[in-house]
Design a protein around this ligand. Structure first.
Ligand SMILES: Cc1cc2nc3c(=O)[nH]c(=O)nc-3n(C[C@H](O)[C@H](O)[C@H](O)COP(=O)(O)OP(=O)(O)OC[C@H]3O[C@@H](n4cnc5c(N)ncnc54)[C@H](O)[C@@H]3O)c2cc1C
Length: 383
């Protein structure tokens, strides 16, 4: 069989490339290999599923068979790639099979980071980074009321808001002084916190979880500051680590992610990477919009029209209904300062660089109305 293009991964990145490829070429053989069920779903919906009335089963848009028919590609579900033999242009599967490729696309995502915590229940902490995880977490919620979340970043806050809206008592623990500490300046973080507190969420900030122990039917979460939270269930959402091991073992350079150039090409010219696993010119951008741009460019390149990816400014909407929020954070360590205006209805934070240009913003509450006008003033992320 001529497996011209092999895509590894059936997340948004893998399927976005397959879709874009089909728009450009209806017949080129494409094989998609996935370690999971291979169905298509929108991962961002996992963190607001309860409040939008979605059940794990209704979150799946199309299963692997439906995707196979829709895109006219070969899909292999529950099929883990264990090694890449770049000299022979083959991938090795967990079942011992080998599949050859002319061009290989790695869209293998990222893993939730797990904290090495003390306590006899540390292994019972849930994480959610895919639909299967969510199914397990959702089942565990049955007849539970008190949920602790480790991490007040974007995903932790979205789950907190979703659970609180659905009637759960939610505690959130984070080492930052305010929630969304990496995305918002402190004043904007305080505005955000007040709104979520008004929705019933209790924050434990400037501290961290030391241990998690089982105490009869409860989980006892002990914080470094000495506080103890009694919970039914603990969810950890402290961040993602790109999956780089497969690439590293194949001799491909990796840093935070799999290193690729603007063509999404690794050091080996017929192996590409995009999505949460990739580091494009030093940037790891684990969001939907960068995937959309990367997939379009990569599909063109794979079909012979070499197309470097361009990223415009891509603000991210934080799906916390209790506090509408949109952020376009400045690059890490960029010199400049935040200018903030806030009243009881909203907060607008503009990041102005040393030459007086707007290079980032955070808009909360009523200020989100300015999203489009401010986005048009931002420089592109990659020209
Ligand atoms: C709860 C949550 C909410 C989010 N909300 C937003 C949002 O509102 N807006 C936004 O822009 N972004 C959001 N994101 C981020 C966004 O969803 C991700 O950036 C995106 O889904 C990543 O897609 P991906 O295809 O790169 O990776 P993944 O979805 O992780 O897919 C990786 C795929 O690779 C497969 N795989 C891995 N290793 C192997 C192997 N060895 N062999 C075979 N297959 C393998 C996996 O099985 C999987 O199919 C959210 C993320 C989470 C977790």
């Amino acid at each position: 069989m001529n497996n011209s293009i092999v895509i590894v991964g059936s997340g948004l990145a893998g399927y976005a490339v397959a879709r874009e490829l089909r728009k450009l070429n209806a017949t080129i053989p494409v094989t998609l290999l996935s370690a999971d069920h291979g169905g298509f779903y929108s991962k961002p919906m996992l963190s607001n599923a309860l409040s939008t009335g979605k059940h794990p089963a209704t979150l799946l848009n199309s299963n692997a068979d439906q995707m196979r028919l829709q895109l006219k590609i070969d899909i292999r579900s529950n099929c883990s790639v264990t090694a890449i033999d770049s000299a022979r242009n083959t991938v090795h599967l967990a079942n011992g099979e080998k599949i050859s490729y002319e061009q290989l696309v790695l869209a293998i995502g990222a893993e939730q980071i797990r904290l090495p915590l003390q306590g006899d229940a540390a292994e019972k902490i849930y994480t959610v980074n895919n639909l299967d995880d969510y199914q397990v977490f959702h089942s565990a919620l049955t007849e539970k009321k008190h949920i602790s979340i480790i991490g007040a970043g974007l995903i932790g806050c979205e789950f907190a808001n979703d659970l609180a809206t659905a009637g759960y008592h939610v505690h959130v623990v984070d080492i930052s002084l305010e929630p969304l500490g990496r995305l918002l300046p402190p004043e904007a973080g305080a505005f955000f916190r007040h709104r979520l507190e008004a929705a019933g969420i209790v924050f434990h900030l400037n501290t961290s979880v030391q241990s998690v122990d089982q105490d009869a039917q409860k989980m006892r979460v002990t914080l470094k500051n000495g506080e103890i939270i009694e919970s039914d269930l603990v969810l950890s959402a402290i961040g993602l680590k790109p999956n780089t091991e497969l690439a590293h073992a194949a001799g491909l350079p990796v840093n935070r992610g799999i290193i690729v150039n603007r063509l999404l090409q690794t050091k080996i010219s017929n192996i590409y990477a995009l999505g949460d696993c990739a580091e494009v010119e030093g940037k790891v951008l684990p969001f939907v919009m960068p995937i959309t741009h990367a997939a379009k460019a990569l599909a063109a390149t794979l079909t012979g029209n070499l197309t470097p990816v361009r990223y415009p400014a891509m603000p991210v909407m934080v799906k916390t209904a209790s506090c509408a929020t949109v952020v376009s954070p400045p690059e890490f360590n960029m010199p400049g300062e935040w200018q903030i205006e806030a009243d009881e209805n909203g907060a607008k934070a503009l990041f102005i660089n040393e030459t007086g240009e707007l290079t980032g913003f955070a808009l909360l509450g009523a200020a989100t109305i300015e999203k489009n006008s401010l986005t048009s003033r931002l420089p592109p992320i990659l020209m």
